[in-house]
Design a protein around this ligand. Structure first.
Ligand code: NAD
Length: 356
């Protein structure tokens, strides 16, 4: 079978890490008798430069026509002063919304070989952790009504958090289903003590939980969750939460694993097609210097193989290659912590060698 992937390489290190991940993908699917056809899609800052807008109409169509999307990262200082609707990040929101990708899945696991990189106390890090954060992606405050006006205090601004039962239900279902393939525990994070939307969130998750009697569910207020993540991360299996809380907590969790350069993510909707991307940004400070760690993007491809293409053995092979490279001591600069390190391209070669 030939899979069709839309590659949104984007800006900064985006082109380096996506081309590394595509080489890994080509090599691993060939082992299973498959191949991949790529369409390069222009979106983000590079699309602003070339065509004057972050998400040209054609770009979304190319993503919708593919079996899945692989995204590098968009943005950079060059475009930071543009008005909101012209910023590169608009491309991301537009693709997510246009493809109906309402669920963002971010695994955060502390690999034993990197436990020394965890910024927590040694006894907490030694216990390790393995959690999956399920973040609602196309609702809540990032998509609610917002605006500015004039009042007694001068200019005011507002953003609105709105969630419907339908939106909470469908993201909750993704979390409960994911828990069934893991350790059967869901932590639902809200701010039900203050926000009405949080109370609806909690009620809806509890109603849904009745369909999953084999899965335990625990509510947690977001402020407590931020604290529990650093106090006892091992308690978490699947976390489900809103767009904004998920944005913040998943970055916090990622840092506990050692480096932002290691963590993949998947964004899914109702079908099998998804968008897969590293959780880090375009790292303009190291773009073009061959210092970018390709692992987060390579592991995003592993998620694609498992979740969109139903090739779990291929995904396992990619993940095993990454673990083996790290266990043999290979480090890119972001995970070397002052020790010797190799180039990003050398890490890619090491992964390809292990897949051979
Ligand atoms: P960033 O994640 O790009 O970089 C933060 C730090 O981590 C930098 O020091 C960078 O060098 C390092 N880093 C990131 N990825 C790395 C990798 N693979 N290997 C080695 N080191 C890596 O975050 P930032 O600097 O806050 O943002 C830069 C730009 O990226 C901004 O324009 C921001 O809007 C954009 N951004 C895009 C996305 C996305 O496209 N999904 C996500 C976050 C930020």
């Amino acid at each position: 079978m030939t899979y069709h992937i839309a590659v949104v390489a984007g800006d900064g290190i985006g082109p380096e890490i996506t081309s590394a991940a595509c080489r890994v993908l080509d090599q691993v699917v060939a082992k299973f008798g498959h191949s991949v056809r790529y369409t390069q899609v222009l979106a983000g800052g590079c699309a602003i430069d070339a065509l004057g807008e972050p998400l040209p109409e054609d770009a979304l169509k190319q993503c919708l026509d593919s079996d899945s999307v692989l995204l590098g990262a968009v943005g950079g200082p060059k475009w930071d002063t543009l008005p909101g609707h012209l910023r590169p990040e608009r491309a991301l929101l537009g693709i997510r919304k246009g493809m109906g990708l309402y669920a963002n899945l971010r695994p955060a696991r502390l690999m034993p070989v990197l436990s020394g990189a965890c910024p927590l106390r040694a006894e907490t890090a030694e216990k390790g952790f393995d959690m999956l954060i399920v973040r609602e992606l196309i609702g809540g405050m990032y998509f609610g009504q917002s605006g500015r006006g004039q009042g007694e205090g001068g200019t005011y601004a507002y953003d609105t958090e709105v969630y419907s039962q339908m939106e909470i239900n469908r993201i909750g279902r993704i979390a409960f289903e994911a828990a069934r393939g893991r350790r059967l525990h869901v932590t639902s994070i809200d701010k039900a003590n203050v926000l009405e939307s949080g109370r609806l969130w909690r009620e809806t998750i509890h109603e849904l939980a009745k369909e999953y009697p084999d899965v335990t569910v625990k509510d947690m207020l977001v402020d407590n969750a931020a604290m529990q993540l650093v106090q006892n991360p091992a308690q978490f299996d699947v976390i489900v939460t809103t767009n904004m809380f998920g944005d913040i907590l998943s970055d916090e969790a990622s840092q506990l694993t050692g480096s932002i350069g290691l963590l993949p993510s998947a964004s899914l909707g109702d079908g099998t097609r998804g968008m897969y991307e590293p959780i880090h940004g375009s790292a303009p400070d190291i773009a073009g210097l061959d210092m970018a760690n390709p692992i987060a993007t390579v592991l995003s491809v592993a998620m694609m193989l498992r979740m969109s293409f139903g090739l779990p053995e291929a995904a396992d092979m990619v993940e095993a290659a990454v673990e083996d490279a790290l266990e043999s001591g290979l480090r890119t600069r972001d995970i070397a912590w002052g020790g010797p390190y190799i180039k990003g391209s050398e890490m890619t070669e090491a992964l390809l060698n292990r897949l051979n």
